[in-house]
Design a protein around this ligand. Structure first.
Ligand code: AMP
Ligand code: MG
Length: 491
C-alpha cells in the first residue's frame, strides 16, 4: 500500500538527526485519511487497508523501507534563541517520490519521545492534530503553499494537558521540513560543512533553477529566493485573513510552505491587530506584524549563511543586508497583487493601493467580516446584491461611498460585470475554517467521538470557492456567543 521510501535525510551526516523508533501506542485507530493526497503520493489505493494504515501511521509498525529519525534544529522562540530544539515529538519516516516526480517528506507528529523531547511527552492531543489537518488542507485548497495532512490516527491513550485528552498522531507531508532553525542549529556550532549541505539540499529541492550557480553567488541567490518566497507566502496568508500565531524561526520554512499549525486562526471581522494565540501576549505575531516577523526570521537565516556568501565577513554582511532589505519591496509587490486580485482588478493603476486601503479602513471602522466583504463584492452586480454587502457594515454610508469609487475604477477594466463577478468568486473564498466551527468540530471528536462535524467542515473548506448549501452555514462568522478569542498551542 505504501510507496517506497528514499532516505535522503537519513543519509546526511549523523549529527544532523537522531535515529529514533516511534513509541508503541495502545490501540491505533485511523480517524482521517486523505485518499486524494495518498493517490498523488503514489500510494496503491487498491491495497488500502485502514488497519494496516493505522498500525503504520501510529508508528506501531513503521512502513517497510522507512527509517524514522528526529531532525536537529534550533530556533528563536518569541525572539529568544534556543540552540537545541529539534523534533521532540515528530519523526521523519523518509521521503517518497510523488506522481509529479517530486520528493515529499512523510512525518509522524506525536509518535513518542525522541532525543530532542526535553521535558515533553512526545505526544499530541487529538484536538491540535485535527486542527492542523483541517487548516493545512484548507490552505492547500485556497492555493497557498503549505504542508499537507495525510492521516490522523488516535492512539487509544490519554495525554495529559490542562485536562486529559485523547492522544493522536498526525501524518504530515512537506516538500521538506528544512527551517530557518535547522540552519541556526549548525551555525550556532560553527558547522559550516553542515550549513553547506543543507543549503545545497534546499537548492536541489526547492530552487533547482539555482543549481548551475557556484561560489558565493549560489548561496546569495538562495537567500534572495527564500526572501522572495516568504514575502509572497505572507502576502497570500494576509489575503485570506490567516494569522499563523507562532512565527518562530523553527516554524519558518526554507521551501516557503506554511509550517506548524499551532494556535493559528483566521480573522473574522477585519482588525489588523488581531491576535488569537494565548502565548502571544504582546502581539508579536499579530495579523499585520507578520511581514515584519518574516523579515526578522529571514535576517536570522541570512546570518547562518554569511560564511558561504563571501570570505570577507564585512562584504558578506553587506550582501546579506541588501538581500534582507529587499523584503519589503517583495512583500509590497506580492500583497499589492493579492489585493488587486481581491478587488477584481487585472490592470495596474496607481490609485489601486489607496482604493484597497480605503476598503480595509472602512471594514475596520464598520466591524465588517473580512472574508464575507470580499466575497460579496461579486454580488453587487445583482439586484439586492449591494444590500447583502452593505449589511455587513456598521457604517453603511462609508461602504456605499467606497463602492462608488470602486465601480468607477472597474469601468476602466475592460471587462463586463459577469466577468468581474466570476473573477471575484474565483479569488475570494466563501469558506474559510472559521475558528468557532473548527473548535466545534474538534470538541465533538475529542469529547464525543463524533467525527461528523469534522468531516462536514473538511468537505466545505476543501471547496472554498463554492457557496455551500445546508446547515451549518460555513460561510457565516460566529454569533457573539460563539466567538473564540483565544487559541492554544496544545503542545
Ligand atoms: P512547536 O511549538 O510545536 O513548534 O514546538 C517547539 C519545540 O517543542 C519543538 O522542538 C518541539 O519538538 C517541542 N515539543 C512540542 N511539543 C512537544 C511534546 N509534547 N513533547 C516533546 N517535545 C515537544
Ligand atoms: Mg514547531
Amino acid at each position: 500500500m505504501f510507496p517506497s521510501f528514499s532516505l535522503r535525510y537519513a543519509h546526511l551526516p549523523s549529527r544532523m538527526s537522531a535515529e529514533c523508533a516511534p513509541t508503541r501506542v495502545a490501540n491505533p485507530r485511523l480517524v482521517a485519511f486523505n485518499h486524494a493526497l495518498a493517490e498523488e503520493l503514489g500510494f496503491d489505493s487498491t491495497a488500502f487497508d485502514a488497519t494496516e494504515a493505522a498500525e503504520a501511521l501510529s508508528g506501531n509498525a513503521p512502513p517497510d523501507g522507512s527509517e524514522p529519525l528526529a531532525m536537529a534544529y534550533a530556533g528563536h522562540q518569541f525572539g529568544n534563541f534556543v540552540p537545541r530544539l529539534g523534533d521532540g515529538r515528530a519523526l521523519l519516516l523518509g521521503e517518497v517520490i510523488n506522481r509529479e516526480g517530486e520528493l515529499r517528506e512523510l512525518q509522524l507528529k506525536g509518535a513518542g519521545r525522541t532525543p530532542f523531547s526535553r521535558g515533553g511527552d512526545g505526544r499530541a492531543p487529538l484536538g491540535p492534530v485535527l486542527r492542523e489537518y483541517l487548516v493545512s488542507e484548507a490552505m492547500h485548497a485556497l492555493g497557498i503553499p503549505t504542508t499537507r495532512a495525510l492521516a490522523a490516527v488516535t492512539t487509544g491513550e490519554r495525554v495529559m494537558r490542562r485536562l486529559p485528552e485523547p492522544g493522536a498522531v498526525l501524518t504530515r507531508v512537506a516538500s521538506s521540513h528544512l527551517r530557518v532553525g535547522t540552519f541556526q542549529y549548525f551555525a550556532a556550532r560553527q558547522d559550516v560543512e553542515a550549513i553547506q549541505l543543507l543549503a545545497d539540499m534546499a537548492i536541489e529541492r526547492h530552487y533547482p533553477h539555482l543549481a548551475p550557480l557556484s561560489g558565493g553567488g549560489r548561496y546569495l541567490a538562495l537567500l534572495e529566493a527564500v526572501v522572495a518566497r516568504q514575502a509572497e507566502l505572507v502576502a497570500r496568508w494576509m489575503g485570506v485573513g490567516f494569522i499563523h500565531g507562532v512565527m518562530n524561526t523553527d516554524n519558518s520554512t526554507i521551501s516557503g510552505e506554511t509550517l506548524d499549525y499551532g494556535p493559528c486562526a483566521f480573522m473574522d471581522a477585519y482588525d489588523p491587530l488581531t491576535v488569537f494565540s494565548s502565548i502571544d501576549e504582546r502581539g508579536r505575531y499579530a495579523f499585520s506584524n507578520q511581514p515584519h516577523s518574516a523579515q526578522w526570521n529571514l535576517a536570522r537565516f541570512a546570518e547562518t549563511l554569511l560564511s558561504l556568501l563571501d570570505e570577507d565577513h564585512d562584504r558578506a554582511v553587506a550582501l546579506a543586508t541588501d538581500a534582507i532589505e529587499a523584503f519589503p519591496e517583495h512583500f509590497e509587490a506580492s500583497f499589492g497583487a493579492v489585493k488587486r486580485g481581491k478587488l477584481g482588478l487585472v490592470r495596474v493603476e496607481e490609485g489601486d493601493e489607496t482604493l484597497a486601503q480605503e476598503l480595509l479602513d472602512t471594514m475596520q471602522a464598520g466591524h465588517a467580516d473580512y472574508t464575507l466583504t470580499f466575497r460579496r463584492l461579486a454580488d453587487v452586480f445583482e439586484e439586492d446584491g449591494e444590500a447583502r454587502l452593505v449589511e455587513l457594515f456598521d457604517t453603511p454610508e462609508a461602504i456605499r461611498a467606497w463602492l462608488t469609487r470602486w465601480r468607477e475604477r472597474l469601468s476602466r477594466e475592460d471587462a463586463d460585470a459577469a466577468t468581474i463577478a466570476a473573477r471575484l468568486r474565483a479569488t475570494n473564498p466563501a469558506v474559510i475554517p472559521r475558528n468557532h466551527q473548527v473548535e466545534h468540530a474538534l470538541m465533538a471528536a475529542a469529547d464525543e467521538d463524533d467525527y461528523g462535524p469534522f468531516e462536514a467542515l473538511l468537505a466545505a473548506i476543501t471547496r472554498p470557492f463554492e457557496a455551500p448549501e445546508g446547515e451549518p452555514d460555513y460561510t457565516q462568522p460566529p454569533q457573539a456567543n460563539e466567538r473564540v478569542l483565544r487559541t492554544f498551542c496544545g503542545t
